[in-house]
Design a binder for this molecule. Sequence first.
Ligand SMILES: [Zn+2]
Length: 286
Amino acid sequence: MPELPEVEALAGYLRERAVGRRVERVEVAAISALKTYDPPPSAVSGRAVAGAGRHGKFLDVIFDGGLHLVVHLARAGWLHYREAFPSTAPLRPGKGPVALRVRLDDGSGFDLTEAGTQKKLAAYLVTDPAQVPGVAKLGPDALAADLATFTERIRGRRGQVKGVLTDQAVLAGVGNAYSDEILHAAKLSPFAITDRLSDDQLAALHGATRTVLSDAVRRSMGQRAAELKGEKRSGLKVHARTGLPCPVCGDTVREVSFADSSLQYCPTCQTGGKPLADRRLSRLVR
Ligand SMILES: [Zn+2]
C-alpha cells in the first residue's frame, strides 16, 4: 500500500512532468472508483494541471480554476505516467486494471490502476480537498509535525503504539510498512502503550518518524514514477523481512500476524530480546 513517501514522490513527479499541460479528457473505466458525480469528469477537460500535492496518503492533482482530483490508492492502486497511450479509443468500462485515465494535450497522461479483485481505489473530483471525508478527518502530517504536536497526538490516543501511529486521524501518512520501520528505528515494541511512553521514547519516536519518512521520500523521488512500486520498496530493515537478519543487530526479524495484515519487528532491537505473542500461532498450538 502506498504511504506518505510513495505518494509524495508521485506528486513530485506530476509537478515535474504534468504541470502546465492541458487536460484533453478524463476517462472513467471503473465507475465505482469515482466517488463524486458533481462536478462531472468532463469539467476537467480544457483545464491545465496547476499542481500536485498530498494530504496524508491521499494524492491531490490540482487543475486550473480550483478543481482537485483527490485519490486514495488503497492497497493495490497506483499511478502510472504514460508518455503516450497506445490508442486514442476511450477506455471501455469494466475492462482491465485501469480505473481512470487522464489524457493531456501533449499525448502523455496518467492512469490510475488497481490490481487484484478487491477494488478499493477511491477518486474524488472536488472544489476543496476537505470535501473528501477521509481528508477532512486527517490528523497533522506525520512528516511535518514538530515534537510538541507529535507528542500530544500520540499520547492523546491511548493504545498500542503500532495502531496509534497508523491511525490517520492521529497523524496522517504512516501505514503498515513505515510504522514497522519507524518503531524499529525508535527501538520500541509495536505493542507499547502510548500513554506510558516516556519523554525520551517519544522524542526517539518523533526523530525516527522524520528520519524514516524523509529517507524514504528521497529514495522514492530518485526513482522514476513509472518504476516506483509500492511493493518494491528499497531500504527497509524489518518490514516484509520475516526470517531475515536485522541489519542493525543480526537477530532474526519476527512477525505477528493478524486477520488481514502482519507486522514485523526485531526482538533484540525492540522488545528486550523477547518474541511477541503471535495470536495466530498460539491458536494453532493450542
Ligand atoms: Zn535488531
